[in-house]
Design a protein around this ligand. Structure first.
Ligand code: HEC
Ligand code: HEC
Ligand code: HEC
Ligand code: HEC
Ligand code: HEC
Length: 197
């Protein structure tokens, strides 16, 4: 990283680069090395020029190759399809949740935010799931949109195994061969122990 590269230096560098096309190799080197460290000196040959921390031609080629590969990979990646989108996000009511001047950039604490619109009473009951009881809604939900239904961060069982130990869960005979945890458990609250449906 070029830690010393300030904004103004970047602007000057860009102007400098525009002038480079008409330069001799010597002049080009001087201009480049003024702005960037590690530009190989063309008047030095072989090992000497490398010792001045300049990248070798093979390194530059390798870097260019890696960048090209990464770019192609990015293009190949299909755009994500959001199956769940939060109405206040879609309707651009950002200010219903965000406040630029508050420390967390939100209008409320994370534990209270959701209850500005969702009825708190629906999240209380005889048996309340630990993360729901402490308002850790964002452990399971994304605030904007998701590739999973119900704005979920993951599908089950991964969603549940963020906190529950996989080995322990599958050691329980009730869980033999299960994949969808919601078939039997409620995620928030329940009238039954173990949040059974
Ligand atoms: C329902 C409430 C809600 C709405 C509406 C909402 N946000 Fe957010 N946003 C959040 C929360 C909560 C976080 C913090 C997420 C976290 O830390 O896990 C967040 C995080 C962010 C971040 C930080 C980076 C990120 O994506 O996590 C940006 C940027 C952002 N929101 C922009 C917006 C914009 C722009 C809008 C309107 C189009 C918007 N938000 C609408 C709740 C909301
Ligand atoms: C500004 C109002 C507002 C806030 C704040 C808000 N929501 Fe919502 N949310 C809505 C509305 C409106 C809907 C759609 C109607 C409904 O399901 O109640 C909704 C729907 C949802 C859904 C169902 C999405 C689906 O695809 O079925 C989830 C999950 C959800 N909200 C979670 C949260 C969580 C978690 C928070 C806190 C981070 C939160 N909401 C904060 C307004 C809000
Ligand atoms: C342990 C994970 C988990 C936590 C924590 C959690 N949720 Fe959910 N939530 C879910 C799942 C899973 C669903 C989908 C339920 C279904 O499809 O039957 C859901 C559905 C919802 C919905 C859609 C309506 C409904 O009830 O089906 C809303 C709104 C919602 N959650 C809000 C919240 C709020 C607000 C909090 C925090 C108080 C919260 N959730 C905490 C897992 C969680
Ligand atoms: C953010 C962490 C977290 C996530 C995610 C989570 N849980 Fe929990 N769960 C807890 C905590 C904390 C407790 C209470 C402490 C305990 O008993 O282990 C609990 C308790 C339970 C219990 C009752 C256990 C008992 O002995 O009383 C069940 C059942 C349960 N969770 C099921 C689920 C299911 C199903 C999911 C996925 C939909 C899930 N949990 C996701 C944290 C989480
Ligand atoms: C076929 C129904 C069913 C499915 C699906 C299911 N469970 Fe359970 N689960 C139960 C029953 C029944 C109990 C109560 C067992 C008891 O009383 O000891 C239980 C108990 C639990 C407990 C508390 C006891 C323990 O083993 O730690 C947790 C946590 C739990 N389930 C998490 C999950 C998770 C995570 C998933 C998804 C991988 C899941 N369950 C899927 C039926 C199910």
């Amino acid at each position: 990283m070029h830690s010393g590269l300030t904004r103004s230096k970047v602007i000057i560098a860009l102007t400098g680069l525009l002038l480079l096309s008409a330069c001799t190799p010597e002049k080009k080197y001087r201009v480049l090395s003024f702005f960037f460290d590690g530009v190989p000196n063309p008047s030095l040959s072989g090992k000497e020029s490398n010792s001045k921390a300049g990248p070798e031609k093979s390194q530059i080629i390798a870097a260019q190759k890696a960048i090209r590969k990464a770019r192609n990979k990015r293009r190949e990646k299909k755009p994500e399809t959001y199956v769940s989108q939060h109405p206040p996000y879609v309707n651009r009511q950002c200010e219903r949740c965000h406040n630029q001047t508050s420390r967390n950039m939100l209008v409320s604490s994370k534990a209270e935010l959701c209850f500005n619109c969702h009825e708190k009473s629906k999240f209380t009951g005889p048996y309340v799931h630990g993360p729901v009881a402490v308002g850790a809604c964002l452990m399971c939900h994304l605030p904007h949109r998701s590739v999973n239904p119900s704005l979920l961060v993951k599908k089950t069982p991964g969603l549940c195994l963020q906190c529950h130990n996989k080995t322990d869960i599958f050691a329980n005979e009730n869980h033999e061969g299960v994949t969808d945890c919601l078939e039997c458990h409620q995620p928030h609250v329940s009238g039954n122990p173990m949040f059974l449906q």
